[in-house]
Ligand binder design. Structure first.
Ligand code: SAH
Length: 239
């Protein structure tokens, strides 16, 4: 992929990079990622048994998910286009002694270099920040081995998700910094599924992540109307 063809929105990378120092503060700008991480980690580990698995975390940011998967015994590579974010991720590993291989490379370029080299690929809360999510999904499929799993999470696009994830989370509750999300970039499950079907990824599971105002905590549900995670499998014998 040449510079001109890069599937990246530089202002999105700039936005996340400007908050890099906050990444590991459980009460900071990325509080929500810290809160949902145990839920998504459990889903991934229950599905693939992370111990000993080669895992790629696409759009890893400061490494909240990457590091937690490494703690479970996976051999993790994390890629992102925000250099400052990867520096934060590396520094955090120095602190904790956890080993993660962070690389500043686009997922499309990585797919060209080392196809079918991961047992599991995760791409969480990232697709709604790129110009062409289908290209990211295609690369994720190229990177996973046949029989392996791809986990994708994003925000659904409907009036309820607009109200909860932008009006509610950013403006009323302050769960996310204002301007984190752009409604037009949200992705319906049917759109996600269509991109995955194009590359023959099979949907095996989908879950919603719901915020409970009373307990001020998140839980997994079957309701994918706002934030959701889909689990896909690359069939054996496909390429
Ligand atoms: N996946 C992490 C971080 C989500 S925040 C988590 O869920 O904990 C979104 C991340 O996507 C940011 O780190 C941002 O830098 C990254 N990102 C945005 N566009 C990207 C692109 N084209 N390639 C790689 N990473 C990208």
């Amino acid at each position: 992929m040449t510079e001109a063809q890069k599937n990246v929105n530089p202002s999105e990378i700039e936005k996340f990079s400007s908050m890099a120092s906050q990444w590991w503060d459980p009460e900071g700008d990325f509080k929500t990622l810290h809160q949902i991480n145990p839920l998504r980690l459990r889903l991934i580990d229950n599905t693939v048994s992370l111990k000993g698995k080669k895992v790629l975390d696409v759009g890893c940011g400061g490494g909240i998910l990457s590091e937690s998967m490494a703690v479970k015994g996976a051999q993790v590579m994390g890629v992102d286009l925000g250099k400052e974010l990867l520096d934060v991720a590396d520094l955090h590993c120095l602190d904790t002694g956890v080993s993660v291989n962070y690389q500043h490379i686009s997922v499309e370029d990585l797919a060209a270099k080392q196809p079918e080299s991961f047992d599991t690929v995760t791409c969480m809360e990232m697709l709604e920040h790129v110009p062409d999510p289908g290209s990211i999904i295609k690369a994720c499929n190229e990177l996973v081995k046949p029989g392996g799993y791809v986990f994708l999470s994003t925000l659904n696009r409907n009036p309820k998700s607009y109200l909860l994830s932008i009006v509610g989370a950013e403006y009323l509750l302050g769960l996310l910094p204002k301007g984190t999300h752009d409604y037009a970039s949200f992705i319906k499950p049917s759109e996600l599924a269509a991109w995955c079907r194009e590359v023959d990824l099979e949907l095996v599971d989908s879950r919603g992540i719901e915020y409970n105002l009373l307990s001020q905590s998140f839980s997994m549900t079957q309701d994918v109307s706002v934030n959701y995670i889909c689990v896909f499998k690359k069939p054996l014998g496909s390429n």
